[in-house]
Design a protein around this ligand. Structure first.
Ligand code: ACO
Length: 321
């Protein structure tokens, strides 16, 4: 039997942290107290204007490849989860492949599932590996969400940040990903969307992120609890035997409510949103890599990663690290 295991992790955050007070100094009508009490976010990183998602992804990928002890040429599949690609096409994954110096490589493509994107990409890569068609995949979440924020909408612009995280997923005789589940319900698309596009050289519609925060909050808490239980049940594993819950980093109150529903104490939940903000598809691999490099998440630990995002989409994976 062929399984898929995480062999290495990497991440990258652009520039210096931008604090809540820095946002106030930039003219946003908000306060550190409001942002921290409603979301748990204290700072985020914002990419320079000439930096694209593929630039952030390249650095995260190089770090994951180094951690996995392989070479870029050993990668035969690249999947990038992003909602803020460099271009309409080619895919960000194709650009990352080029920036890593891989020529005549395996498949490279993007997946679009907003904040669930990394879970979607991980699950797709796992299926490629378990089918025997690929041996070593780069799975990346990379975002420059600052590009799609309306900086005059204080209800959304304070919540997000830029960054990238990556894992090398490789074929193994030992189980790594024990179970995964993906879901979507497109009927909820109006509560979180960027309802615009480009046509005939013009922006058609609204090019900025729009959100009904309270509707998103309720939906997220429900499905994150449900989908974590789904993968635990599928593998016959109790929540009490999970070493780390690594949820999408949207809002500390969503994370606390989800952990409570699952009966996982906050000491076993990886949280990075206080210093990353919500980095959408990048948030889970960023948190994963930070926990690994801090020595908290170690080989042999059992983890649940889970995300929810625009679409609406949601998903989870149970992993032996
Ligand atoms: N600073 C100061 N005041 C603000 C700000 C701000 N940045 N933003 C909004 N306010 C004000 C509003 O104007 C309003 O004032 P009013 O009462 O005078 O009209 C007041 O704060 C309350 O506004 P609400 O939008 O009702 O605030 P709410 O308590 O719902 O909190 C929040 C908003 C934090 C977005 C909350 O709804 C939430 O946590 N939602 C979850 C959404 C989320 O986490 N999204 C992340 C992206 S989705 C994802 O990743 C899955």
């Amino acid at each position: 039997m062929i399984y898929a295991r995480i062999a290495g992790t990497g991440s990258y955050l652009p520039g210096e942290p931008v604090s809540n007070d820095d946002l106030v100094k930039r003219g946003i009508d908000t306060s550190d107290e409001w942002i921290v009490s409603r979301s748990g976010i204290r700072s985020r990183h914002l990419a320079a204007a000439d930096t694209g998602a593929s630039d952030l992804a390249r650095v995260a990928a190089e770090r994951a490849i180094e951690a996995a002890g392989c070479e870029a040429e050993d990668i035969d599949l690249i999947i990038v989860a992003t909602s803020t690609p460099d271009y309409i096409f080619p895919s960000t994954a194709a650009l990352v492949q080029s920036k890593l110096g891989i020529r005549n490589g395996g498949a490279a493509f993007d997946v679009q599932a907003v904040c669930s994107g990394f879970i979607y990409a991980l699950s797709v890569a796992e299926k490629f590996i378990r089918s025997g068609s690929n041996k070593r995949a780069l799975v990346i979440g990379a975002e420059v969400f600052s590009r799609i924020l309306d900086w005059s909408d204080r209800g959304t612009c304070v919540l997000f940040g830029d960054g990238a995280g990556a894992v090398v997923l490789e074929a193994s005789e030992r189980p790594g990903i024990l179970a995964s589940a993906l879901h979507a319900d497109g009927s909820h698309h109006p509560i979180l969307c960027v309802p615009g596009t480009v046509a005939s050289g013009q922006v058609i519609g609204d090019p900025f992120l729009r959100m009904d925060g309270q509707a998103v909050f309720k939906f997220a808490v429900k499905v994150l609890g449900d989908v974590a239980n789904e993968v635990l049940d599928a593998a016959g594993v109790q929540a009490s035997s999970v070493d780390w819950l690594i949820p999408h980093q949207a809002n500390i109150r969503i994370i606390q409510a989800t952990a409570k529903r699952l009966g996982v104490p906050m000491e076993r939940v990886v949280t990075t949103l206080d210093h990353h903000g919500n980095t959408s598809a990048a948030s889970i691999p960023l948190a994963l890599d930070e926990a690994v490099r801090a020595g908290r998440l170690r080989p042999g630990h059992r983890i649940v990663v889970e995300g929810v995002g625009g679409g609406f989409t949601w998903g989870a994976a149970l992993i032996d690290f």
